[in-house]
Design a protein around this ligand. Structure first.
Ligand SMILES: [Zn+2]
Length: 461
């Protein structure tokens, strides 16, 4: 068998890496054998897909602060206990809370083409006045157009699509999502009375996508909803032909007082460095209208599965391997902020924090970030070990939303990078169901995470 790492390259890499837990990678053949066993255990007889079914079917709509979330947290805790964790914990955290209320109605009134528009109120939005809100509609593509558009007393319709030319859908999402997150505030500054946003997806269908929005303290709070991409196309066509067309919005949602919630934690204690942590995690909460399979049920179960896989192959980790299922990623990030606050308070060292929150699709690799900006280069020394499993990407990044605070605190983070071309077909929708998750792709993702955790535990990063 061809050696995976030339000795000279190994020595050079070892010099780059000052961590106490660092040892050279002496036997790539032995590592390759461990990875093979981890992938075998993930692909043959794993309980993970069944667990994903249980999580998504028993606890849909698990927005943090709801009974569904609390049930999911208890179930996850018991699942972690059952696989033999040395310590489990529900870490208390206070979360913002918001309620949708009765289903929203958005209706187009026009001389020709009147009818309902498939819509979902945005998370955090205020409701409409009793009896609803009816006004003329002004379509814009950007905040810059608002001043000249004359939107006072009207509903603003933000219709800038996600850029189809972006190869990475997450980047296209990033380029469009400010319409959802800040559109209501920007429109209200110019006197608008309501906001409609084109759903954040490349898909052209009648499925609306909700998501977070927020207000500023000194700007009027106006209601906001997303409409499906087909509804957006129809509304846009209608407004071009009939500029006097109106939309009637009836939203029953309302922000509510904060509620108690919890992060779910389970860990296997390290044999040599129990005080140093390698974290794997995802977010347990989902939007209220979705089973949250890809976002982020897959990430939660994959994180639990990493612990099970290490045990299944009989590997005794040197560092503590900790699974963290975060509360409140969708509408506040309070779970991640509280976890990081406790880490700082206890001065807990984290060797790596690996997040999975980009869908349960076929894994392509990892993004890695650390203050020095070289973590992805260090991890890339293991690329050839991953190639047999179709995994080859080690790129610079920031892990993900929930490990972001740990990166800012100075620790190394990573994010599993699946092929995410279909992720925004399902993201924050009612159709984010388990039947959209391919069992093998999902299992390969868990195995990839376990492999990276094993290599970092064994050799340092
Ligand atoms: Zn997510």
């Amino acid at each position: 068998m061809r050696p995976v790492f030339p000795t000279a390259a190994l020595v050079a890499l070892a010099c780059l890496v000052p961590l106490a837990a660092q040892t050279p990678d002496p036997a790539p053949e032995a590592d390759a054998a461990v990875l093979r066993r981890l992938f075998d255990a993930a692909l043959d007889g794993s309980p993970a897909y069944g667990q994903l079914r249980e999580l998504t079917e028993r606890f849909p709509g698990r927005l943090s602060g709801t009974p569904a979330y609390d049930g999911a947290a208890q179930w996850s805790l018991e699942t972690l206990r059952a696989l033999g964790c040395d310590r489990t914990e529900l870490q208390p955290v206070t979360v913002p809370y918001w309620e949708r209320g009765a289903p929203e109605v958005v209706h187009l009134h026009a001389a020709e083409g009147s009818g309902p528009l498939a819509a979902l109120a945005l998370g955090g939005s205020v409701g409409t006045p009793a009896g609803g809100l009816r006004a003329a509609v002004v379509e814009v593509q950007s905040f810059e157009q608002l001043a000249a558009a004359g939107v006072a007393g009207k509903i603003v319709f933000f219709n800038r699509p996600m850029d189809p030319r972006e190869i990475t859908p997450g980047r296209a999402y990033g380029g469009a999502v400010n319409q959802r997150s800040r559109g209501a505030t920007e429109a209200a500054k110019h006197g608008a009375v309501g906001v409609l946003v084109r759903s954040m997806t490349h898909a052209l269908d009648d499925v609306p996508h909700t998501g977070a929005m927020s207000y500023l303290p000194d700007v009027p709070r106006i209601p906001a909803a997303a409409i499906s991409t087909l509804a957006a196309e129809r509304l846009s066509r209608t407004l071009r032909a009939q500029p006097a067309a109106e939309v009637e919005m009836t939203l029953h949602c309302s922000p509510q007082p904060d509620r108690p919630s919890a992060n779910v934690i389970g860990e296997i204690r390290g044999s040599e460095f129990p005080e140093k942590v390698i974290l794997v995690g995802g977010h347990l909460d989902s939007w209220d209208i979705t089973p949250g399979a890809h976002d982020d049920g897959t990430g939660c179960i994959q994180s639990i599965e990493v612990l099970r896989l290490l045990k299944a192959v009989g590997y005794q980790p040197r560092h503590t391997i900790r699974c963290v299922l975060y509360a409140n990623e969708e509408n506040g990030l309070r779970g991640a902020l509280e976890y990081t606050r406790v880490v700082a308070e206890k001065k807990e060292e984290h060797v790596l924090a690996l997040e999975t929150d980009s869908g349960g699709f076929r894994p392509a690799g990892f993004n890695l970030g650390n203050p020095a900006g070289d973590a992805h280069l260090r991890a890339a020394r293991w690329r050839e070990l991953f190639v047999p499993y179709g995994i080859h990407v080690f790129q610079k990044g920031t892990g993900g939303a929930d490990v972001g605070p740990l990166l800012r605190y100075g620790y190394t983070v990573a994010g599993l990078m699946p092929d995410s071309q279909r992720y925004f077909d399902y993201h924050h929708t009612r159709i984010d169901t388990i039947d959209q998750v391919n069992r093998r792709e999902f299992e390969l993702g868990a195995a990839a995470m376990a492999a990276l955790v094993y290599l970092v535990d064994r050799h340092g990063l």
